[in-house]
Design a protein around this ligand. Structure first.
Ligand SMILES: Cc1cc2nc3c(=O)[nH]c(=O)nc-3n(C[C@H](O)[C@H](O)[C@H](O)COP(=O)(O)OP(=O)(O)OC[C@H]3O[C@@H](n4cnc5c(N)ncnc54)[C@H](O)[C@@H]3O)c2cc1C
Length: 323
């Protein structure tokens, strides 16, 4: 049986922020003939997949959102994954993207047909396993960069298979896990890495690896103990809860014409950090200022026995951690 080949002017792979942005812009430009394919059961990408404790954005949500679709009611500066996902669902509804998105469908291949001047995209309906094809003039890939998290095997941890507890990654968080009164080990101190945790009886060991720094404060109060394994130290800075979301909301509700300017001001304010990324003397000075502030913050807030572990040495200047 000859299968029908679908066609639209544009196909987008992925319904994360990138896919939604493309869809919204096409819609705004009046291009209606497009389709977004997403392999997960929901749009959202990163913010649908990641549900680990403490998962949130690490740039102010006012900026971590579309300039063309501002949200005046962010609840805090750095918002939780649930709030970001809800925002994305609103954007999808607002720009009528739900009906242009096919979920649980994975792009497995894409070939440029030079004769037809079209892409031929092969897809798999993950529910049925059925493959089909879709042609388009323009293929946009919004597949993200964190779709294939490292596994515990990748870590090459010796004898990890002898560990009797459950190991869980931050990216594949199991909502049924309870960490209450458990002994937990977190591997890693990246902001967006992976976490392993285990579900065991109260008195056995519990091991956690990965995205340590968001998870650690989120679970610290409920676990019996927590140990964080890190390859190298990194700078810990004070959480600047500035109330900007309140100011943005105020502008949005009362002086909407001012909201874009305020957001732009915020972008410029955050972008000033590039001054600390150069190799010249001024950048070195800027990094030194940040280092002094971070050092003072840790000294003021961390128990003395941990301070040495929490403050990097001269081998890791501020903004210069590479691994
Ligand atoms: C825990 C975490 C926190 C983060 N915090 C921040 C932050 O605070 N600030 C910041 O700037 N960035 C942050 N990031 C980076 C974040 O990934 C990006 O900001 C942004 O969400 C990327 O959007 P995207 O649409 O490009 O990719 P994703 O969000 O990864 O979306 C890609 C989508 O494509 C789908 N897909 C992939 N391959 C296929 C295929 N073959 N067929 C069909 N569908 C496919 C995936 O299922 C996914 O839904 C964070 C990342 C993580 C993991």
């Amino acid at each position: 049986m000859v299968q029908e080949i679908l066609y639209s002017e544009v196909v987008c792979i992925g319904a994360g922020f990138s896919g939604l942005c493309v869809g919204a812009q096409l819609q705004t430009m009046g291009v209606e003939n497009f389709r977004i394919y997403e392999r997960e059961s929901s749009l959202g990408g990163t913010w649908f997949v990641n549900t680990y404790p403490g998962c949130m954005c690490d740039v102010p949500a006012v900026v971590y959102s579309f300039s063309f679709s501002p949200n005046e009611s962010w609840s805090s500066v750095y918002c939780s994954h649930t709030e970001i996902l809800a925002y994305m669902q609103n954007v999808s509804r607002k720009f009528d993207l739900d009906r242009r998105t096919t979920l649980r469908t994975e792009v497995v291949d894409a070939v440029w047909d030079n004769g037809k001047k079209r892409w031929r995209v092969t897809l798999c309906d993950l529910a049925s396993g059925r493959q089909f094809q879709h042609e388009c003039k323009l293929l946009f890939t919004g597949v993200g960069q964190f779709g294939r998290p490292r596994t515990v095997e990748d870590l090459r941890a010796k004898d990890h298979e002898k560990f009797s507890g459950t190991i869980v990654r931050s990216t594949k968080w199991d909502p049924n896990i309870t960490l209450k009164n458990k002994k937990v080990v977190i591997i890693g101190n990246g902001c967006e890495s992976l976490l392993l945790s285990s579900k065991m009886s109260t008195h056995s060991d519990c091991r956690t690896a990965g995205t340590g720094n968001q998870i650690l404060p989120a679970i610290a109060d409920e676990v019996e103990s927590v140990v964080q394994l890190v390859r190298s130290r990194h700078w810990i800075v004070e959480d600047e809860r500035t109330g900007i979301e309140g100011a943005f909301g105020f502008f949005g509700r009362n002086m909407p014409f001012m909201a874009p300017a305020f957001r732009q001001f915020l972008v410029a304010f955050l972008e000033r950090q590039w001054l600390g990324y150069m190799t010249d003397g001024f950048s070195t000075f800027v990094r030194g200022t940040h280092e002094r502030a971070a050092r003072a913050y840790v000294k003021k807030n961390a128990p003395p026995q941990y301070q040495e572990l929490l403050i990097p040495g001269p081998d890791v200047p501020f903004n210069c951690k590479v691994g």
